[in-house]
Design a protein around this ligand. Structure first.
Ligand SMILES: [Mn+2]
Length: 293
């Protein structure tokens, strides 16, 4: 069988129903960008990350992807607008068979496409790492669905309440006033700013642990710009003073045991700077390791 991403084997969408129960992780890509107010290119990430990953051995100092009990399957890329039913079907199988899902974006708007079809109840929570809240009602003005509105869209569509939405790592210098107010007063979500992770990590890990303990199922979204621009120098929107990889890993360690879905979005690279791809593959590899243990 052909390997696509690290130790993932290529599988067809039609084979979804034959996947083994309980120990399968399904990867798929949503190479899609809605209207962009800033630099484009994140739609190229699923293909580029897969290609870059083949330069990795799949064995780290602490983890060997081929020597664990998870079946890793890559079922390819989908168009979130034209193939909505397929995304729904993937969720249906994932729930029936208790599979984990890993999604490669795309810009951040794809999180809406993926999670609006997921099962939700009061014991389900959403945790996102991001520089920006992505809570605008419209962004840019007049546009109601974009990478800048994704969590407002999800909140509205799924009627989520504040207590099930945890935003970690905010450090944007380009936030809109409307979003600034929503974050500042914590009326709509819970927010842990990057600065608090920097200065009071122990306390933050305790808060995250308490948050996680209240839920049965967690969905995680990682925007590349949650990390400092030093790690991802080709962010679509450059924001200094972001999180370090180690801070995110420590938080993920707490969150992943209850997580069924992870997406990594906005991993934009350029012809001359592919550092984002190397970092993105490393991050995903680390997520796989932590998810397994
Ligand atoms: Mn975002």
């Amino acid at each position: 069988m052909k390997r696509t991403f690290l130790g993932f084997f290529k599988k067809s969408y039609d084979s979804l129903n034959s996947f083994e129960e309980n120990n399968t992780l399904i990867l798929f890509g949503l190479p899609y960008e809605r209207i962009k107010a800033n630099k484009r290119g994140s739609r190229k990430a699923p293909k580029a990350l897969r290609k870059k990953s083949l330069e990795f051995s799949g064995i780290s100092t602490t983890f060997n992807i081929s020597q664990n009990n998870t079946n890793y399957y890559d079922i390819g890329d989908y168009n979130p607008v034209k193939e909505k039913e397929k995304i729904q079907e993937i969720w249906n199988s994932a729930i029936k068979k208790n599979c984990k899902l890993l999604v490669l974006g795309g810009d951040h708007s794809i999180t809406f496409d993926a999670l609006s079809k997921a099962p939700w109840d009061e014991k389900t929570a959403l945790i996102w790492f991001d520089a920006h809240a992505d809570l605008a009602d419209e962004y840019p003005p007049g546009i109601f669905q974009s990478h800048g509105t994704v969590f407002a869209n999800l909140k509205e569509k799924l009627q989520l309440n504040k207590n099930q939405m945890l935003f970690i790592g905010g450090h944007a210098y380009t936030q809109t006033i409307d979003e600034h107010n929503k974050i500042q007063d914590e009326t709509e979500i819970i927010h842990i700013p990057a600065q608090e992770v920097h200065s009071n990590k122990k306390e933050i890990l305790k808060i995250v642990t308490e948050f996680v303990s209240k839920f049965d199922r967690i969905y995680v979204s990682v925007d590349s710009d949650a990390f400092d621009q030093a790690y991802v120098p080709t962010h679509a929107t450059m924001e200094p003073f972001g999180l370090t990889p180690h801070q995110v890993v420590e938080i993920l360690q707490i969150v992943l045991p209850k997580t069924q879905y992870v997406d990594v979005v906005e991993f934009r690279h350029t012809l001359f700077n592919k550092a984002a791809l190397n970092f993105g593959v490393g991050l995903i590899f680390k997520i796989l390791e932590l998810w397994e243990s």
